[in-house]
Design a protein around this ligand. Sequence first.
Ligand code: NGQ
Ligand code: ZN
Length: 466
Amino acid sequence: MNVKPKSTAQTVLFAPVALTPEGWAEDVRVGIDQTGRIVAVETAAKPQTGNDVLTGRILLPAPGNLHSHAFQRAMAGLTESRGPDGHDSFWTWRQLMYRFLGQLDPDQIEAIAALAYMEMLEAGYASVGEFHYLHHRPGGGAYDEPAETSARIAAAALETGIGLTHLPVLYGRGGVDGRPLEGGQLRFGCDLDRFAALYEAAARIVAELPADARIGVAPHSLRAVSPDMLAAAVGLSDGPVHIHIAEQTGEVDEISAAYGARPVEWLLANADVDERWCAVHATHMTPEETAALARSGAVAGLCPITEANLGDGIFNGSDFLAAGGAFGIGSDSNVRIALAEELQTLEYSQRYRAHARAVLCAPGKSVGRTLYEAVLAGGAKALGRDAGAIAPGPWGDLTALDADTLALAGLADDARLDAWIFAGDDTAVSDVWSAGRHVVTGGRHVKRQDVEARFIAQTKSIRGAL
Ligand code: NGQ
Ligand code: ZN
């Protein structure tokens, strides 16, 4: 690839090595225009005056984090003791999570989201899909602005510079039997009219963000929306559609009993699942469901660290990959925000399952390179974001690794990605650009001090209360 930088390039980066769609390239010059899009890529180039020369760094396209509930960052690590009756599970964790969110006000929601987004950027992600359901006041009453908390998510994205795909969630019932919402869930609840108004308001808020921000829609789960509500929610948006599906065996049993079909099976038969869709978790699938989901074009939204933390089960990665399925990664509960570790956990889950090594890649290939490129493509697709490649056209979503960091020193080609993912960590990340916004330098977010101080001040009173 050799596309000469045009005069429209506002920022020109020069990297000694970069991962391009054609593979590893040396002496790469990348031009980014004032809108944040990559406009030129030149390999075997020479640095010119005014270029931002990334000495000693490896330039990668930055992936998107396709699934986040930002507010849960503030309860990370607080649900790790065993309850008095000893039956701890996803469902008891959910009760604690509801109790925790019952205390949050909009200032806290914004401060927590800013911290989470800053940490995502420092980990090497350039964008996030915020699966947002904390809409109303405790008890369910409306804020003066119905999309108040969406505005807070948008403000956190703007402050930190992360590329936001906002996914307002429709959460309409307490379970598949249609029981009403209760307790903490009342803050999520919308009927269709209320949700349509909220979606419109959220869309106006997102339209005020930089041009890379997007909006989509998220019917929460087959538990929380009826078939009619699911269809209506999907019809509100022409953006991405995200849904939690088949995360827990209890959920599979509940849906199977009520609908006579397993969750993924039911969804594929009753919704027009296509490339717009992201099936979050998709943990429990039969071989037939696995192949059918892969064929649908939907992205499987895998959240390996959270799925381990919540005891969900293990996604059938090898069969899904063999069937050509698209997947990306999400930090979900944000119990830990760590890009390299998220990929490592994904591959290790498959090794436990298959009693084998190097599972998620084809013979003769590198696991690190395979996983990294898969989540670049899957993340961009799930977020409706034109990103994932160092090539002219997409947003300038870029991550630079420090080539001299202990895990990477002396390595070349795909071994760099393997060593980063399996032997290193996100301290190797030196710089991150989101749609050209250079928000991480020297491994730190440019606003770290302020964002961290505000998070601590805003959450001091609630972090001890779980
Ligand atoms: C969520 N989290 O929406 O935050 C859910 C819990 C539910 C995960 N599924 C609530 N990991 O599923 O009902
Ligand atoms: Zn989730």
